[in-house]
Design a protein around this ligand. Structure first.
Ligand SMILES: C[S@@+](CC[C@H](N)C(=O)[O-])C[C@H]1O[C@@H](n2cnc3c(N)ncnc32)[C@H](O)[C@@H]1O
Length: 314
């Protein structure tokens, strides 16, 4: 199994429930998030959102997170003009295609390699409340309006994480705005831990959505360009990795701890420091279970990389 297949499988635990109609998924939406996440987003938008800033959904795919937010806003009596800004490049790439086929969903509406038609179809009931942005988030510039809720499910590389933070974080309102990191406990996206660690004075954790990878932060102070123009994550010293993951382990619940350690091992694998990754994984007992098979995936990736290193060496 290659890395692409592993990433795809790591989202499978969530898929099993996300396409079923049920109390947490009344619309039977297709998505890669679990019912608890959708319920949390809906409840936040209905009960906590004050209407003083925009609601932004980064990496909306075919709309499951967008719909949850739109439904919540419509139930919120304080909101005069419910609106969700939904961002995605909508590229029908191999990862999304394989995931869709594995689930045996009816064929997706795709035109010229764009899955935007499927998003528009699935979100059509809420279309008056959604502003669609078909953009590459590496290049996006936000319109500079204050942001009250930023849902991030698109920090799929270190560069993308820094681009998203630079484009959107400066518009967060201290004391008011929330940032929901959907991939906080995902094994692959280790850069999110470095990002939030570097900005630890600017955020506090306000929610940890059970049985999911989502952790939600509240903004404590306005972010400046200096906060966001730090060294690239790829050239961070090893000492910072240790500190960053110690910070993350200190802010998440028990059910996410193993995944955070798996993400720490993945941080070393991304840097080619396989010995460090091995040492990190040794701290976890062999039979430990993890969310979305995150630990098993990292163990398998490390084994593959070590084999490759041996072959190249010999
Ligand atoms: C895991 S999916 C999001 C799932 C979605 N939030 C849900 O509720 O099902 C990640 C999304 O990020 C998008 N994405 C990845 N890289 C991107 C980029 N550079 N610009 C815009 N979107 C991107 C993908 O197209 C994909 O739809």
């Amino acid at each position: 199994m290659n890395l692409f297949q592993r990433l795809f499988r790591s989202k499978q635990r969530t898929d099993a429930v996300s396409t079923q109609f049920g109390p947490g998924n009344p619309n039977g939406v297709i998505g890669m998030i679990v019912d608890q996440e959708r319920a949390w987003f809906r409840s936040y938008a209905a009960n906590t959102y004050t209407g003083t800033g925009a609601v932004v959904d980064l990496g909306c795919f075919v709309g499951s997170s967008t719909i949850a937010l739109a439904e919540g806003l419509l139930a919120n009596g304080k909101v005069a003009s419910p609106q969700v800004h939904a961002y995605d490049r909508f590229v029908w790439d191999d990862f999304l295609k394989a995931w869709w086929e594995e689930k045996a969903f009816p064929p997706a509406r795709v035109i010229d390699g764009s899955v935007l038609p499927e998003f528009l179809h699935r979100t059509s009931r809420w279309k008056d409340y959604i502003v669609v942005h078909q953009e590459d988030l590496n290049l996006t510039r936000w319109n500079r309006a204050p942001i009250e809720f930023l849902l991030i499910d698109a920090m799929k590389s270190a560069e993308l994480a820094q681009a998203i933070a630079r484009a959107f974080y400066p518009y967060l309102m201290p004391g008011v705005s929330y940032v929901a990191h959907q991939d906080f406990a995902h094994f692959f996206t280790s850069w999110i831990h470095l990002l939030q660690f570097r900005l630890r004075d600017c955020f506090e954790v306000v929610a940890d959505v059970p049985n999911s990878s989502t952790v939600v932060f509240r903004c404590l102070r306005r972010l400046t360009a200096d906060d966001l123009n730090s060294v690239p994550f790829s050239s961070t010293p090893s000492s910072e990795i240790k500190e960053a993951f110690a910070y993350s382990l200190g802010v998440v619940s028990e059910d996410k701890q193993t995944n955070i350690i798996a993400a720490k091992a993945m941080a070393y694998i991304h840097r080619g420091e396989l010995e460090q990754a091995q040492q990190t994984l040794r701290t976890i007992p062999a039979d430990t279970r993890s969310l979305g098979r995150g630990l098993e995936n990292v163990r398998a990736i490390l084994a593959e990389r070590m084999q490759q290193a041996v072959k190249q060496g010999g």
